[in-house]
Ligand binder design. Structure first.
Ligand SMILES: Cc1cn([C@H]2C[C@H](O)[C@@H](COP(=O)(O)OP(=O)(O)O[C@H]3O[C@H](C)C(=O)[C@H](O)[C@H]3O)O2)c(=O)[nH]c1=O
Length: 185
């Protein structure tokens, strides 16, 4: 029942693959293992779990991150449907600063993604009624939340579908200013 961890080009972004053990009753799979994941998540301890329900294909949420003392690791898992998950590197000292990686998370593949501090996260829904489960290593404090517009030209994210739903708040997120040098962790 070993998890498979696939490190992505952006440092700290890891896809977790959970093999399913199936039988006539259905299946069983491990979604989290502290021993296997602690090399990828410093001071591994989760503070909050969140559930994201998304009705319409084409919906975009994000790009969000938490700042300073509330910076966090997230594990994001698609528990129903399919999403195109995007992680943007905003870390000042990173070799992949302002680059992003895209991973399709889907319930059928039984995969999840580790998102490290200093990275913005967003996703687009690829199937109606897709749902995500989040584990967070820090408490959510709105005053420490940052965001970048999902269509920031500096990031050039190619969302797979036309955007059908986006919150007013996300649609008003700022684009990165020319002087943006990145986040210090
Ligand atoms: C993130 C969060 C939000 N909230 C409250 C704040 C709002 O009143 C309400 C909905 O929040 P929001 O519209 O920010 O939800 P999303 O747009 O789905 O944001 C999430 O989606 C993007 C893609 C992420 O990666 C973040 O984890 C998270 O920000 O829940 C909480 O009470 N706790 C929380 O941890």
């Amino acid at each position: 029942m070993q998890l498979k961890c696939d490190e992505k080009p952006i440092n700290g972004v890891v896809e977790i693959l959970s093999p399913r053990l199936g039988d006539a009753r259905g299946s069983f799979s491990r979604w989290f293992c502290a021993e296997q994941l602690c090399p990828h998540i410093e001071n591994l301890s989760f503070r909050q779990m969140n559930h994201s329900e998304n009705f319409l294909k084409g919906t975009v949420r994000g790009l969000h991150y938490q700042l300073g003392p509330q910076r966090e690791y997230k594990i994001v898992r698609c528990i129903r449907g399919r999403v195109s998950d995007v992680v943007v590197d905003l870390r000042k000292t990173s070799d992949t600063f302002l680059q992003h990686t895209t991973v399709v998370l889907c319930a059928a593949k039984n995969n999840a993604l580790i998102i490290p501090p200093g990275c913005a996260h967003g996703f687009q829904v690829l199937e109606h009624d897709s749902q995500l489960l989040y584990l967070h290593t820090a408490d959510y404090l709105p005053n420490y939340e940052g965001g970048v517009h999902p269509n920031d030209p500096k990031l050039n994210i190619q969302w797979p579908l036309p955007i059908t739903e986006i919150s007013v708040r996300d649609n008003e997120l700022p684009k990165l200013p020319g002087y943006f040098k990145g986040l210090s962790l």
